[in-house]
Design a protein around this ligand. Structure first.
Ligand SMILES: *Cc1c(COP(=O)(O)O)cnc(C)c1O
Length: 312
């Protein structure tokens, strides 16, 4: 299960030239028409594991605007899995574009009120779901688990130029953890010592650092990499951090300033971004360029994680 590697595109801009940095975008939004972006990488090894376990039914959770629900329905359709989506909140008809796509791709949609939805990680609740739906392979909300991190690490494979910064938008931190993992391995080699991974949180609240550490520990505990003996997720050989200044009020919250930025970005560079994830990412990158955060003569690699579904 592999799609061709995403194309990489350089953004040329006066501000970047003035600050003497170069900005490249890895267009994960282009890897597949319906399984776009980081969600594919998160699903990949989970689908393999489901196959290994002989399970042909996937069950997962998400909000009504979840890109993960969209991608899981698409991937299930493409790779021959039945899919069940447990959606937070009440049904609203007509279905929004995400949910109607999921339904068209064969996903069975079920709705749970917010209180019941909170039990989504409890064993008792999962067992109840198994009674109702039969045996299934469970993918957590947002698609993030240790196998997802193994997949997101591959976003940085096969890049044939050097870069000093990798930037991504952070929701659950699953993508960030994969990038840190990859950069850590790469930083073992002498040629690539100084990769720094920078996440831009799209949520309000400072808890993502803990999530990323937890994921890295979970992933590394089953691996025998030379440098992980007493890895505590804290100071691995890659510098990483999460910026909390670009959430614009919280998840899916926006301001006219952000919306203006997104539409002018779309026009100027012909790279579609949206205000929930990649808009906040690029706003943050440009703001940090402006403030001189990135060293002169350095190369920044931004991960375009997808999320643009407007065209159906
Ligand atoms: C889900 C999503 C993210 C967040 O990824 P995490 O691994 O949950 O941090 C970022 N960008 C887009 C477009 C997404 O759909």
């Amino acid at each position: 299960m592999n799609f061709p590697s995403a194309p990489i595109q350089e953004i040329k801009d006066e501000l970047l030239a003035k600050q003497q940095v170069r900005l490249f975008v890895k267009r994960e939004d282009l890897i597949h028409p319906t399984i776009k972006g980081n969600k594919w990488y998160k699903l990949k090894y989970n689908l393999e594991e489901a196959k290994k376990q002989g399970l042909n039914k996937l069950l997962t959770f998400g909000g009504a605007f979840s890109n993960h629900i969209y991608a899981t329905a698409s991937a299930g359709n493409l790779f021959g899995f039945q899919t069940i989506g447990i959606i937070r909140g009440e049904a609203h008809l007509p279905l929004n574009p995400i949910l109607s796509h999921a339904r068209d791709y064969g996903m069975e949609l079920h709705y749970l009120d917010r209180t019941a939805y909170r039990q989504k990680t409890e064993e008792r609740f999962i067992n109840q779901l198994k009674k109702e739906f039969g045996d299934f392979y469970l993918i957590p909300e947002g698609g993030t688990n240790a196998l997802a991190v193994k997949g997101t690490a591959e976003i940085l494979e096969n890049i044939d130029f050097s870069y000093q910064y990798v930037c991504c938008a952070c929701g659950t931190g699953g993508t960030m953890a994969g990038l840190v993992r990859f950069a850590s391995e790469k930083n073992d080699s002498i040629a690539e010592k100084n990769i720094e991974v920078l996440g831009f949180s799209v949520l309000k609240g400072v808890f993502l650092e803990k999530e990323v550490k937890k994921l890295l520990i979970e992933v590394y505990k089953n691996q025998t990499l030379p440098t992980v003996e007493d890895f505590n997720g804290d100071d691995y050989n890659t510098k990483w951090s999460i910026a909390h200044d670009y959430h614009f009020g919280g998840y899916a919250k926006t301001t006219s300033e952000l919306l203006d930025f997104v539409s002018s970005f779309n026009q100027k560079y012909q790279i579609p971004i949206e205000p929930i994830y990649t808009g906040k990412l690029f706003y943050g990158i440009f703001d940090k360029v402006q403030k001189g955060y990135f060293a002169r003569n350095s190369v920044i690699l931004a991960i375009h994680s997808g999320g643009v579904y407007g065209e159906g």
